[in-house]
Design a protein around this ligand. Structure first.
Ligand SMILES: Nc1ncnc2c1ncn2[C@@H]1O[C@H](COP(=O)(O)OP(=O)(O)OP(=O)(O)O)[C@@H](O)[C@H]1O
Ligand SMILES: [Mg+2]
Length: 272
């Protein structure tokens, strides 16, 4: 599939990003002075406690949420300046998946995957062909005519991944994509994400509160704490020697008895 996806020189860059929600009676600061670069081809993790600002951050990357201050650069272009048309086209290059899958219940698996293609005006036969190719990639060729209610959680997430990839995105944003799944299913979805990263060259941002997700697939990680980045670095650096208080609180309990280093080194070498 699409060798051009492996091209170099793209990236996501957040500069002095801030987001304040204004509700009827108060202001909630969700992000403050976030500076972050996600390099081409990497799997970048963002961890933090509930309410830290993780979902807000990832929603600012495709401007589902409008930043209150700062800039979002994608492939060197400041997308906070984009008009509606440019934004719509940009969003086709950024896929997104969620904890609760967000499938269209009235549509078959196949028609869930063709949906973004229909919206982009792709002809029915071509859309169907592309969707079948993607269902094969995610291991669900035989469930094309099923409906979401007939699938397991892991299968639903595979459909959501296929749908997110339909428009050939360069980036995939995953907001707690495995949080509703059991450990074995989580593992198989993470292996699928890694395969997508390695074979299609898709750059992936993974948001999670589960440390094992980070050390199983991420190259680098940022730790968010109360709307700010507390620390960032390679997964091995941050997990071996967490410097911030929040990173120590999140990471050290997971390490006790879990031997994460052993897991991470074997899993990173594993073929998927
Ligand atoms: N639409 C909104 N309106 C007002 N406040 C919001 C809105 N969305 C998020 N917030 C607030 O912004 C802060 C960050 O929320 P966010 O959803 O980004 O956190 P999170 O790290 O993703 O948490 P979780 O792990 O629970 O998903 C929270 O205080 C939240 O209440
Ligand atoms: Mg969230």
């Amino acid at each position: 599939m699409s060798p051009e996806l492996k091209g170099r020189g793209r990236m996501i860059e957040l500069r002095h990003l801030g987001k304040t929600y204004k509700t009827a009676n108060r202001e909630i600061v969700a992000l403050e002075d976030i500076n972050l670069s996600v390099q081409d081809g990497e799997i970048f993790g963002i961890i933090g406690l509930s309410g830290a600002g993780k979902s807000t951050l990832v929603r600012c990357v495709n401007l589902l949420e409008k930043p209150s201050s700062g800039h979002v650069f994608i492939d060197g272009e400041d997308i906070t300046e984009f008009d509606r048309k440019s934004l719509l086209s940009l969003r086709r290059s950024i896929g997104m998946i969620f904890q609760d899958f967000n499938l269209l219940e009235q549509r078959s698996v196949l028609r869930n995957v063709t949906f973004p293609l229909e919206v982009s005006g792709v002809k029915r036969a071509a859309a169907r062909e592309r969707a079948m190719e993607l269902l094969k990639l995610v291991g669900l060729s035989d469930r094309a005519e099923s409906f979401p209610s007939q699938l397991s959680g892991g299968q639903k997430q595979r459909v959501a991944i296929a749908r997110a990839l339909a428009t050939n995105p360069k980036y995939l944003l995953c907001d707690e994509a495995t949080s509703a799944l059991d450990p074995n299913t989580t593992r198989s979805i993470l292996e699928l994400l890694k395969k997508i990263n390695q074979t299609l060259g898709v750059t992936i941002i993974v948001i999670t509160h589960e440390m094992k997700v980070i050390y199983q697939i991420c190259d680098r990680v940022a730790v968010l704490d109360q709307s700010r980045i507390a620390e960032e670095g390679s997964v091995s650096e941050v997990f071996t020697n967490p410097r911030s208080k929040i990173a120590r609180e999140l990471i050290l309990p997971e390490r006790i008895g879990a031997s994460w280093q052993k897991n991470s080194s074997t899993e990173q070498q594993e073929e998927v």
